[in-house]
Design a binder for this molecule. Structure first.
Ligand SMILES: [Zn+2]
Length: 76
């Protein structure tokens, strides 16, 4: 089994632990599957706060608009 360097874990894994990447010269992903998952999880953790803030702001805006419309008697 050929070995491939994983820059994430800074060690060699067997090639079977890497996902495929047809753009890479060796046809394998840069990081092993485990590390690629970790990167994705971290990205999601970092960005979920941003997504939630945008959603909260949107909901607040809709609520304010509904209150205004209700005040004008346009909503029940
Ligand atoms: Zn790795």
């Amino acid at each position: 089994m050929p070995l491939k360097w994983c820059p994430g874990h800074q060690k060699f894994h067997s090639a079977s632990e890497f996902g495929s990447n047809s753009n890479a010269p060796d046809g394998l992903a840069t990081y092993c599957k485990v590390y690629a998952n970790e990167i994705q999880r971290e990205w999601r953790a970092k960005n979920s706060g941003k997504v939630q803030a945008i959603r909260r702001e949107y909901i607040a805006r809709v609520k304010r608009r509904n209150i205004l419309l209700r005040a004008k008697g346009k909503l029940p």
